[in-house]
Design a protein around this ligand. Sequence first.
Ligand code: BTN
Length: 264
Amino acid sequence: MNSPFDINDLKRIINKTVVGNDIVYFDKTISTNIDAVRLADNGAADGTVVIADEQTGGKGRFDRTWISPACKNILMSIILRPEINISRMFYLTMIASIAVARAIEINFKIKPEIKWPNDVYVNGEKVSGILTEINTEKNRLNYAVVGIGLNVNAHPEIEDLFFARAVSIASIIGEETSRTEITASILIEMDSLYRDLNAGNFDSVKNDWVKRSMVIGKQVRIIDADRTYEGKAVNIDEEGRLILMLKNGSHEVISSGDVSLKFT
Ligand code: BTN
């Protein structure tokens, strides 16, 4: 399965939604997030999707790189212009991780879990990562670019403190599979979740996310830029920050960092 993405097929399946109303395709680019930011700056519509078969400088969180061989995986970025307060910005990442988890579940009958803040895991291995970048003006959200990398037919052999091991759908189900249907499912689910957000239905989104979380209720270690926290992840707050109960019973609210599950 090394053929380029069939964008017309994808367009046929998703038919008119907000997310995916316009799809821009590149066979090779530096990063779809960079392309999406450029397009958004030039006025691209809410819901525009950028898809590439190959990235030469795929971006991960904390300046890491996202590695993916050509024509194997899903590499896409979605431009969103939501009507939500900037304090709810994390919900954009949440809906993307829920959409990826739902799409995997629908297409492959696999039950993925979401690792705070924005990774999708299957059986303790990372199958997808999300990188959200925002553009703000006077404390108002202009637009967000939500970049999704999903290992469908290949995964890098990395194992480190942060990523744990990577995995692909193909290695789980035992065969390579088409990227079109799963991309369509992600966009369809994302569209419906995005409508929820714009309608102010934050609770239903948060509940779905918590239901799929591999972190809530567990003992975790969180490595932030300059600190390490250990405790029990008890919930996420209204802004999507992780609430941790420390050993001494006090609570710490954490807005970014990498989580490792401490005792598993
Ligand atoms: C992470 O887990 O660190 C986030 C990885 C996000 C990767 C995707 S691939 C498509 C989009 N374009 C990029 O350059 N990055 C995101």
